[in-house]
Every structure is written in C-alpha cells, then in structure tokens.
Design a protein around this ligand. Structure first.
Ligand code: ADP
Ligand code: DP6
Ligand code: CO
Length: 362
C-alpha cells in the first residue's frame, strides 16, 4: 500500500458470469463444509447475455469491513461459505501494482484490506434457476481477478464449489461436468469442460418462468433432508447416475438429441421423485410445471424423434432445450396456446435462449 497514511483510492473489478442448468443433477453432499457431492453431475451453461450475474468487487484502505449487497440489499458475509471463499482467494492473492495511480498492494496487504461487493442477478434469485451457481461463480471470478490470483480454472472451480456446489460448473461455457472426486480435502472435486459452446450450437434454450418467488426450501437444506431420509437418493447416486453420466457424455459428444432428451427428462423426473421420497416431502414443481411436462411429452411422442428436452431444478420453473430454432419457435407457439397470457395459468415470462429464432424459423 502507499507509504503516507490516508489514501483515497478505490480499485474495482466487474465480472459477469452465466448460470448453468444441470442435465444430470447434483443432489446430496458427502461433506457439508467442503461441499463434496455424492455423485458426478453434468450441466449446460447458458449464454452470458441471457441469464447472468454481474458483480463488482471494490477494495480500498478506507473500507472498514467486508460488506456485500445483492440486488441492492445488504446481505451478511458472515456465513461459512462466503468466508471459505474469501479465505481461499485471499490466501492466493499476489502483488499488485498500478504505477499510474501509484497503488501498490503486496500479498500481505490483501489480508488486511476490506472489500465492498455489489452483485445483481438479471433473473429471479433463489427460484430454482441456479442463482447460487452464477452468483458464487461470479463472486470467485471477480475476486480472483481483483487480487491477481494466478490459478487455473480448475482450481478456481474448486473454490467456487465451496461457495455453492453448482457454481463450480459455471466457470466453463458449453457443457461442463463436476467430477465428485475421492480426496478428503476436496482437491479433486472440480469441474471440467466437456465441450465448448460451439460444439452443439443448434440447441436453443427456452426458460418459462412459472413463478419467480423465492422457494420455501433452499437447495442446501432440501438436499440435506434428502440425504438424511431418502433411500431412493442412495440408489440414484450409486446405481443410476454413474451409468447416466457415461451415456450423457456420449450423447453430447455425438450430438445425439434423442438420447440427450431421454436422459435429461428422466434425470429431472428422478430428482423430483427423490424430493417426494424425502421426509417430509419437498415439492419444487407445481401444477403448471406438471402441465408443461405433459405438453412436451405429448408433442415429443407425436413426432418421429423428440423436439424438446425439459428439466426442472429445485423450483417450479421450466428449462427447455429445443433441438434447433424451428423446434424452439414451435415450442413457443405451443406454450402460448396452452398458457395464454393473462389466463389463470399464464406463465410469468419466457426467456429465450436465442433472440432471432422467431424470424429465422420456417
Ligand atoms: P437457486 O436455485 O437460485 O440457486 P439456492 O437456494 O441454491 O437457489 O441459492 C440461493 C442463494 O444463493 C441466495 O439466497 C443467496 O444466498 C445466494 N446467491 C444468489 N445469487 C447470488 C449472488 N449474485 N451473489 C452472491 N450470492 C448469491
Ligand atoms: C437442483 O448448488 O444450489 O440445481 O451446493 O448447497 O449451494 P449448494 O446447492 P446448489 O444445488 C443445486 C441443485 C440443483 C442441481 C444442480 O445444479 O446440479
Ligand atoms: Co442453487
């Protein structure tokens, strides 16, 4: 830091991170503090221009404590997860110098300097659209940049994992896999990129916001209750997911949409079956979610091959992956027909993964 006492400088970094939606779900931890999962998972990362978190981190000698604002409301950073991430990042900070502004921060200074962090999600928070994934990945990415952390994405994913499990997959575009790992300290529980965003760029993601309210049971407490009470979860983690992970990796590598759809829908449905098998049962989907499933299933069955895969995270909102732009346009038509705006069952909004689909589809 500077030599002459009181300094007014503020150093800031802004980052943007997309959310990711699991097609083979993570549900259950074997270690609550380190956030180590009981099975591998695979997700698709959304286009950063659609659902994303934007976070600005600032450091200044005039800040008296670490503080954070989420969507303009101050939140506490005292929770174990934010503290783990801050500790991991601070311990890897390296020297920083900006000669023009005459700012010099040594590795040791980073331990003492306080941070102000402001984050915005451009989509519903805590409503089952993976806000913790985008949010915590962005938190880690922005801090790592600010503090000149020189670790690769794999190491950063292990740090993001300690903020929220699903966050480790948001540091990669395209499809990512979170490897559960074996080590007790979690060092091999990291995310890897399976393929980048160009590999399967026919796919169009359509999100139907059924309800943007905060869910009653957070993912963290929901999965804790499932681990404690659901036998189906044990069966799923040991017998079902390992096979599905292999099949899903193949389907993605071969751009095999029929297998991809079968696996994605089956895994979403089994995850929600585990929630029902939890005591007391957890209901993340609602009647509208169920109607969307029926609508897509019927349509897929009436075609020669499936047009759309659906998946629901820990919330009622539908994430649908259409095989191409034409299927996406037809999906929107169907949704508008079955869920007309301003009717009893109107969907809040549709967030479309590719803005040009309506013009382009035949
Ligand atoms: P979701 O389905 O949206 O991921 P979770 O229950 O997993 O819901 O997590 C929601 C929690 O994640 C929020 O209550 C908040 O603590 C945290 N979170 C969400 N967005 C951010 C963000 N941008 N920055 C920091 N923390 C966030
Ligand atoms: C259903 O990552 O939000 O979205 O690790 O406790 O923060 P914590 O939970 P979180 O759980 C995500 C559950 C899921 C499936 C998935 O994203 O794989
Ligand atoms: Co979450």
């Amino acid at each position: 830091m500077g030599e002459n006492g009181f300094e007014k400088w503020v150093l800031t970094v802004t980052a943007q991170t997309p959310t990711n939606i699991a097609v083979i779900k993570y549900w259950g931890k074997r270690d609550e503090t380190l956030i180590l999962p009981i099975n591998d998972s695979i997700s698709v990362t959304l286009d950063p221009s659609h659902l994303c978190t934007t976070t600005t981190v600032a450091v200044s000698p005039s800040f008296e404590q670490d503080r954070m604002w989420l969507n303009d409301k101050e939140i506490s950073l005292s929770g174990g997860r934010y503290q783990s991430v801050l500790r991991e990042i601070r311990s890897r900070a390296t020297d920083f110098e900006d000669k023009e502004k005459n700012i010099k921060i040594s590795k040791k200074d980073w331990e003492k300097l306080h941070l102000h962090i402001a984050s915005y999600n451009n989509f519903p928070t805590a409503a089952g659209l993976a806000s913790s994934a985008a949010g915590l990945a962005c938190f880690v990415f922005a801090l790592a940049k600010l503090m000149n952390v020189k670790e690769d994405e794999s190491k950063l994913s292990a740090i993001a994992r300690q903020g929220s499990g699903s966050a480790c997959r948001s540091l990669f575009g395209g499809f990512a896999k979170w490897i559960m790992g074996k080590d007790e300290d979690g060092s091999d529980s990291v995310a890897v990129q399976l393929v980048d965003e160009k590999h399967w760029d026919d796919l169009v993601i359509v999100i139907a916001v059924v309800c943007s309210r905060q869910k009653e049971t957070s993912s963290t407490s929901g999965m804790r209750e499932s681990v404690e009470t659901s036998l189906l979860l044990q069966h799923r983690a040991k017998e079902v997911v390992p096979k599905r992970i292999k099949q899903m990796e193949e389907a993605i590598a071969n751009r095999d949409f029929a297998s991809f759809t079968q696996l994605t829908c089956a895994d979403s449905n089994q995850f929600h079956a585990v929630c029902l098998d939890t005591c007391p049962p957890i209901f993340y989907m609602n009647d509208t979610s169920h109607r969307i499933i029926s609508c897509v299933e019927k349509w897929n069955r009436s075609e020669e091959s499936p047009q759309v895969a659906y998946t629901f995270d820990a919330g009622p909102n539908a994430v649908m992956i259409a095989r191409d732009r034409k299927a996406a346009a037809q999906l929107l038509q169907r949704l508008l027909f079955y869920f007309p705006p301003n009717s009893d069952i109107d969907l809040n909004s549709y967030i479309i993964g590719d803005k040009s689909i309506l013009q382009d589809a035949g």
